[in-house]
Design a protein around this ligand. Structure first.
Ligand code: 4AD
Ligand code: MG
Length: 438
């Protein structure tokens, strides 16, 4: 057991309290809210795992402690020992009747109160905002998604292969690179671990890369961060169909897990779970770029042959009750490493998965070009440095095989799962254009 003890009792996480009904428990947390009525103080205590009410009753506790409880300020750190009793009316199902209460540290006036605060203010106080119920619920769902991701791959014999953050290679175009000084040289912060993922797949078969990725996104949108987490499976001997089958299985698995294990959090966020339920089953719809274009017929903001913008993705996504996979985009608007369709060389063997309800692109993936001569031609066409890509080109010289994979943006996925308006609430400390504090 890793829980610490205090006064001979082990601390119980608030979410575990229903397992301790009629027992003496120790809860350690912070005061979320307080209400007093006559001889009772109702303390809402949070510990990060949940919220519970402690009812401090005059006469049941030391008189001085009763008085002190009335003086507690929001976010004061408190320890409570008391009986855990079942209470059907309480959202947690239990309440605590304290026999002991200790103020570990009294909080100064907390800047975030029940009243409405503007986003700029909340973002300035992100380090404190994380304590609020909705933010904490979002973080717990993010945590569940991360575990679902790792378990999914573990159970399917994928190996986790971490890729470097410093790299000489532009994987996703040169316009969003963060340049850093690397001793006497310059390097970039990674935009994607894919290229290293490909090398790893040739070594271990089925792998995934999972870590932070960086893009100097110069536009301010709800869907872009400059630092975001991406999980990227890569598999030897996979073609585009295999990639799509893996992608839908993967996403369905994450949604299912979050629905199973995060109901209290989804309730706090008032997420309409009926909107998520269809996504627990596969197959997901597949449409080609050409078919998707037809959905946009008459939309004057869309130029044929271009990438879809956010409003276009929303319009396409709205046609379906679960994520839709759009495949075979024009190769001209896609990355250099994608294999072209042997049936129409103007098209790339790629797929984007668009989330429902306007949450936009969650996944980008493809089958990779596996022919050495073709790939070196692409590196040249895209004016990338051959020297920097020599190692990557080597993969096509030493036992090249068809292969493919995709990248799923963690924050985009969490935004969809939680119903968040903006990606900034889906990562503990968001990094955006001109935003690096706290
Ligand atoms: O479509 P993208 O650019 O694909 C790649 O990077 C491939 N190399 C992945 C691969 O095949 N291994 O990005 C993948 C996903 C997007 O679908 C989106 O979910 C997310 O990463 N993403 C962002 N999320 C937040 N902020 C940004 N600026 C993002 N850019 C991409
Ligand atoms: Mg993309």
């Amino acid at each position: 057991m890793t829980q610490q003890t205090y006064r001979g009792l082990r601390a119980v996480a608030i979410r575990r309290l229903p397992d301790h009904v009629d027992q003496e428990v120790l809860v350690q947390g912070w005061l979320h809210n307080k209400r007093s009525k006559g001889k009772l103080h109702f303390l809402q205590i949070r510990d990060g795992t949940g919220l519970v009410q402690a009812v401090v009753a005059k006469g049941k506790i030391d008189e001085a402690v009763f008085e002190a409880a009335g003086e507690l300020t929001q976010e004061s750190a408190v320890r409570v020992i008391g009986k855990c009793v079942a209470d059907e009316r309480a959202p947690s199902g239990v309440e605590i009747q304290p026999s002991f209460l200790e103020c570990v540290s009294k909080s100064e006036e907390f800047p975030i109160t029940k009243k409405e605060h503007g986003t700029a203010f909340l973002m300035e106080h992100r380090h404190l905002w994380l304590r609020s119920r909705k933010q904490a619920a979002t973080m717990r769902i993010r945590n569940e998604a991360i575990h679902a991701i790792r378990d999914f791959f573990y159970q399917r014999d994928f190996y986790c292969m971490d890729s470097p953050m410093f790299t000489p290679n532009a994987c996703e175009g040169t316009s969003t690179l963060f340049q850093v000084k690397y001793f006497e040289d310059q390097a970039f912060l990674t935009q994607s671990g894919q290229l290293y993922g490909e090398a790893s797949a040739m070594a271990l078969g089925k792998i995934y890369v999972f870590g932070p990725t960086f893009r100097a996104e110069k536009s301010k949108t709800r869907r872009h961060l400059t630092e975001f987490w991406m999980v990227e499976p890569e598999c030897a001997y996979y073609d585009l169909d295999d990639v799509m089958a893996l992608a839908e299985d993967f996403v369905a698995n994450i949604v299912t897990r979050v629905l199973e294990r995060c109901r209290p959090e989804l309730d706090v966020l008032e997420r309409d779970v009926s909107k998520l339920e269809p996504s627990t089953s596969t197959p997901y719809p597949r449409v080609s770029y050409a078919e998707a274009e037809k959905i946009l017929e008459g939309d004057e903001t869309f130029v044929s042959g271009d990438d879809f913008g956010a409003p276009h993705e929303t319009k396409i996504g709205e046609r379906f009750d679960r994520p839709v996979m759009i495949h075979r985009y024009p190769a001209a608007i896609k990355a250099f490493y994608m294999k072209h369709d042997p049936e129409n060389s103007d098209l790339a063997l790629c797929v984007d998965m668009i989330a429902p309800e306007g949450y936009g692109e969650m996944i980008g993936g493809s089958q990779r070009e596996d022919d050495y001569e073709t790939l070196i031609g692409r590196v040249r066409e895209h004016e990338l440095s051959e020297a920097d890509f020599r190692w990557y080109l080597d993969l096509r010289r030493f036992g090249s095989v068809p292969h493919g994979g995709f990248g799923l943006g963690l924050e985009r996925t969490v935004a969809w799962l939680t119903g968040a308006e903006h990606l900034r609430e889906c990562i503990p400390f968001p990094r955006m254009l001109y935003k690096i504090y706290p």
